[in-house]
Write a protein that binds this ligand. Structure first.
Ligand code: ATP
Ligand code: MG
Length: 419
């Protein structure tokens, strides 16, 4: 029996990987313009890092982490998200001493033991960005403007930016109390999970996807009505800057996040096209997190986009796989050897070139050139070698050129690498 991969962990195959590269390349290009530098952190961390940052009573820590003991008995966890490892590294490497603002981005796999379904996997990928050191609401607006710009650039239009405020340690306890009291009266209507967590993590109940819980909490008190003066004015200023920048958004007072470290501004990029997996990107402010993890008291804000969900949205539009610039169709051994040298020499100039390696018929070679959607085909046989010229067919225009074989590499390289 052959060995299969692990449930919920996918291979990314040629044909799809082009979409991934497209999404990654745009992220790198755009994030760079906003002053972000890439950071790469390990995929495993000490388990304690996630328990302390994400929160003991969250779904992620309660049931979704891949945790194991290594051979020395240390408890390690495959990272379920990127923010905690980035902050751990930021503190450990004293990145705060380099500049008063740190703008960092990352790309890579995350791991959560969830029930696999469309848009939800056990290994999935995130592209995330974090800004550390700035409390001013301009930075919230800037990060959201960048996120919005990204969706425009990759032409994923069917999304809505929803924002909310989750308050701060000053005003959230009052809200929690009001919410707990509200939930207490509706306990019989809630699912088992929510009945269990309404005391430990009442905000999570608002995020529950069970229809009964949604209905029961329809009139729940909103955090926005309980914000302290500081949080209220911060949220108003974020919205003002977003309007100034022309970044479209809606306020969703019911939005909460599944991680405990968020405060003040939180947000999601939401779509209708992925069923219940409707968040393609999510994030928010986490002003206490750096200090909680043993670093200086610096504010932070960030987001993570789920790449699989972006790919699902993009795939209905198809990103084209790369087309070879040239296919050399060679007939006979001498011509094939010549073609092989020519192909390699063009590849060394980074021109995408293909040929047949096995002496197939001209017809079958041309069929393959067609299948690969080669832009040009050069036909090379005994008579072309003798004449010292060969026909180059432009497959899109249908025109044909007779080219001298001597110096053809330079000629083609000049044609195809400029412009
Ligand atoms: P959801 O509500 O869909 O479970 P979440 O709140 O757990 O999402 P975050 O932890 O905020 O998600 O992660 C940010 C993004 O990462 C999500 O918006 C989503 O696009 C993606 N994501 C999260 N979990 C998964 C998963 N198991 N498989 C694929 N993508 C995921
Ligand atoms: Mg989740």
């Amino acid at each position: 029996m052959s060995i299969t991969g692990i449930k919920g962990m996918n291979d990314i195959l040629p044909g799809d990987v082009e979409t991934w590269q497209f999404l990654e390349n745009h992220a790198r290009r755009i994030f760079r313009a906003y002053g972000f530098a890439e950071i790469r952190v390990p995929v495993v961390e000490k388990t304690e890092l996630f328990c302390r940052s994400i929160g003991e009573t969250t779904d992620i820590v309660e049931k979704e982490m891949y945790t194991f003991d290594d051979k020395s008995g240390h408890s390690l966890t495959l990272r379920p998200e990127g923010t905690a490892p980035v902050i751990r590294s930021f503190i450990e490497n004293k990145l705060y001493a380099r500049d008063s603002v740190a703008k960092l981005y990352y790309l890579g796999p995350m791991f959560r033991y969830e029930r696999p379904q469309k848009g939800r996997y056990r290994q999935f990928h995130q592209i995330g960005a974090e800004i550390l050191g700035v409390e001013d609401p301009k930075i919230d607006a800037q990060l959201l403007a960048m996120l919005s710009h990204y969706f425009e650039a990759v032409e994923i239009g069917d999304v809505e930016l929803q924002i909310n405020s989750l308050g701060c340690p000053e005003c959230r306890p009052g809200y929690r109390k009001a919410l707990t009291a509200f939930l207490e009266e509706r306990l019989p209507a809630l699912c088992d999970d929510c009945r269990r967590r309404y005391l430990t993590n009442p905000l999570r109940v608002l995020d529950c996807k069970v229809p009964g819980c949604r209905e029961a909490t329809a009139g729940a008190p909103a955090m926005l009505d309980h914000l302290c003066e500081g949080c209220d004015s911060h949220f108003a200023r974020v919205q003002g800057f977003l309007r100034d920048l022309g970044t479209p958004f809606v306020v969703n007072p019911r939005m909460v996040r599944g991680l405990d470290y968020y405060s003040k501004t939180t947000f999601e990029m939401v779509t209708n096209s992925l069923g219940s997996q409707n968040a393609v990107a999510a994030g928010g402010r986490y002003d206490g997190l750096v200090e909680d993890l043993g670093g200086p008291a610096l504010p932070g804000i960030g987001f993570a986009m789920g790449v699989e969900r972006l790919v699902l949205m993009k795939n209905s539009q198809q990103v084209e796989p790369p087309r070879p610039e040239l296919f050399i169709a060679a007939l006979g051994e001498a011509a094939a050897n010549h073609a092989f040298r020519l192909m390699t020499s063009l590849q060394r100039r980074c021109i995408h070139c293909e040929m047949d390696y096995e002496g197939k018929s001209l017809k079958s070679q041309l069929r393959r050139a067609d299948k690969l959607r080669a832009r040009h085909v050069l036909i090379l046989g005994e008579s072309e070698l003798t004449a010292g010229t060969a026909p180059l067919r432009d497959m899109d225009g249908g025109t044909q050129d007779l080219l001298p074989l001597a110096g053809i590499e330079e000629l083609l390289a000049e044609r195809w690498t400029v412009g």
